[in-house]
Ligand binder design. Structure first.
Ligand SMILES: [Zn+2]
Length: 356
């Protein structure tokens, strides 16, 4: 971190003496690069402003964010916030998680309609987002609505869901998650069926929160590239549930490499304990991961409104990140890929593979 940060600062100094890259706009949007985000929230408990205080349209527009994943949290009613992070407080009765999903999808769509924001439903919609028309990708964090069979996934697709994260914070028949002792020795048979069904439907699979073993099982069976939408990569620790939450939630370098080898993308969160407290420290950390995995395999994953005191508090802050990279003289093509292009690519690939 220190070495790369120093190099980052040196790069910025060197670039200030060289020709600056051309800018296409002024003000907070001055980077001229559109922003993608693989993971954000508007309705989540305990944190962030209410949707009325912080509606999504102006939030996205303030940073030229045009491809934003809005993650419906599939297990919220069964969670509580504790001093040791988010814990399970109960279990859904049969059908309750499906009902929660329906109700939250309705709330989300109502908000999007009010904001005149469109959902990404086809690969062409992703192209429109890349061309500057704001779009939201409906995603689900924790496929809690999958109880004992894959049928709810086709229904979720019909409702507009285009990415599914297998596990979150409650016991889940799909596989193990990072913050509790493993129960399933990785991914279950149902978890494998869910991945095959997502591939068939054209839903992008998200492995965030999976244990290392579950992630590797998923990579063994996935027919399309996958994402790890939010956290970061460690080269020095082997994450496990006994660690502080932010360390337990990290991805091992070897598994991150496997995700990249399969064409996938890892999103970096703005967790202060991990990436530092400012857009500049976040910029350094994201770029560092690009050097580790290759610039085709890294993206933003802000976890907006679910991280306390984040290094990135708005999409305008992500524009600052892009400007830091531009001032450092980093290649425009690499910047565009990390800022939005990589998320767009894997999403289009997963959606385009639909066989239904
Ligand atoms: Zn999460």
């Amino acid at each position: 971190m220190h070495i790369d940060r120093r190099r980052f600062v040196q790069g910025a100094l060197a670039a200030s003496c060289a020709l600056a890259p051309p800018l296409r706009a002024e003000g907070p949007k001055a980077s001229g690069v559109y922003i993608g985000d693989m993971h954000s929230h508007l309705f989540f408990f305990g944190m962030g402003a209410s949707p009325e205080q912080k509606p999504l349209g102006p939030t996205m527009a303030a940073g030229n964010a045009t491809l934003v994943a809005w993650s419906l949290v599939g297990d919220v009613p069964w969670l509580r916030i504790t001093g040791k992070g988010i814990k399970q407080k109960g279990s859904p009765n049969r059908g309750e998680a499906g009902k929660w999903f329906e109700d939250d999808v309705a709330r989300i769509k109502q908000h999007l309609d009010g904001q005149k924001l469109k959902l990404v439903l086809t690969p062409e919609d992703v192209d429109r987002a890349l061309a500057g028309e704001p779009h939201v990708v409906l995603t689900v964090e924790g496929a809690t609505f999958v109880e004992d069979g894959i049928a709810p996934l086709a229904h979720a697709y019909e409702q507009g869901v285009r990415s599914v994260q297998l596990v979150h914070y409650i016991d889940n028949p799909l596989g193990d998650f990072q913050t509790e002792p493993p129960q399933h020795d990785g991914l279950t048979e149902l978890g494998r069926e869910v991945i095959a069904e997502c591939n068939r439907l054209g839903i992008l699979v998200d492995l965030a929160h999976c244990t290392d073993k579950a992630a590797r099982h998923a990579l063994d069976v996935a027919a399309q590239p996958v994402i790890w939408s939010h956290s970061s990569v460690t080269r020095t620790r082997t994450p496990n549930w006994k660690m502080p939450v932010w360390q337990a939630r990290q991805l091992s370098y070897d598994t991150a490499k496997l995700i990249a080898d399969k064409g996938g993308v890892v999103g970096v969160w703005p967790m202060r304990a991990d990436v530092g407290g400012t857009p500049e420290t976040y910029a350094a950390r994201v770029w560092e991961l690009g050097e580790w995995l290759g610039d085709d395999h890294v993206a933003f994953g802000t976890d907006m409104n679910a991280v306390s005191r984040p290094a990135i508090a708005s999409y305008a802050d992500l524009q600052k990140v892009v400007r830091f990279w531009q001032k450092a003289g980093f290649p425009a093509e690499s910047i565009e890929k990390i800022a939005i292009g990589n998320f767009a690519r894997v999403l289009k690939q997963a959606m385009g593979a639909r066989q239904a």
